[in-house]
Design a protein around this ligand. Structure first.
Ligand SMILES: Cc1cc2nc3c(=O)[nH]c(=O)nc-3n(C[C@H](O)[C@H](O)[C@H](O)COP(=O)(O)O)c2cc1C
Length: 184
């Protein structure tokens, strides 16, 4: 099962990278095939949903293969970063009927909860299936040791709960997608 982890901000000095790397390792521990997909490698200057650019093709290849995805995103002014929206808008068909797990990040106590809610709304329009479980990385500046280790061990269980639900949906939706494919 292949589930990429999307890091949703290109901001210089971004703290969310630590959370994304932590989530990535938890996926690897769970035996999933995964990789970090950095929005910095998919920076699109303006909306382009033609699917013709090199970046769009590269992104489409990953999403075609994916059984689902996880987005790790900070909250910027109660939403998610614009560069992430431009990247998501570059594709459509490739997301169809795949589950999405969302992890929010913030410097404050709410862990990016409002960005998570907004991403769920947007996901539905792509025919992605947003799951109920989420992980909220709050107080991100204090959450990790210098060596990248997380200080609060409870986060492993939170990611595990998200993965349990995500994998359940990934299996169920894959079965139905394959049926649809056979009908064609
Ligand atoms: C443009 C901008 C807007 C932000 N807006 C919010 C916000 O609405 N709510 C919030 O909790 N934190 C907000 N933050 C602070 C982030 O929580 C903080 O930068 C945190 O480290 C996660 O983002 P990062 O990965 O860019 O570091 C904002 C940060 C930036 C740069």
């Amino acid at each position: 099962m292949y589930m990429p982890v999307i890091l949703g901000t290109a901001r210089e000095g971004r703290q969310s990278e630590k959370a994304a790397k932590f989530v990535l390792v938890e996926l690897e521990k769970a035996g999933l095939e995964t990789e970090l997909v950095d929005v910095r490698d998919f920076l699109i200057g303006h909306t382009d949903n033609t699917g013709t650019t090199e970046l769009a093709r590269k992104w489409a290849e990953k999403m075609k293969r994916a059984d689902g995805l996880i987005i790790v995103s900070p909250e910027y002014n109660h939403s998610f970063p614009g560069e992430l929206k431009l990247m998501l808008d570059a594709l459509y068909q490739e997301y169809m009927n795949k589950p999405i797990g969302i992890c929010g990040v913030s410097a404050g106590p709410l862990g990016g909860a409002r960005a998570v809610e907004q991403l769920r709304l947007v996901s539905v329009e792509f025919h992605l299936v947003p799951i109920r479980e989420a992980v909220y990385f709050s107080e991100i500046n204090e959450l990790f040791e210098e060596n990248g280790e997380i200080k609060d061990a409870a986060y492993s269980n939170r990611v595990k709960k998200l993965l349990d639900e995500l994998i359940w949906y990934a299996k169920a939706l894959k079965t139905e997608r394959e049926k649809e494919y056979r009908k064609e």
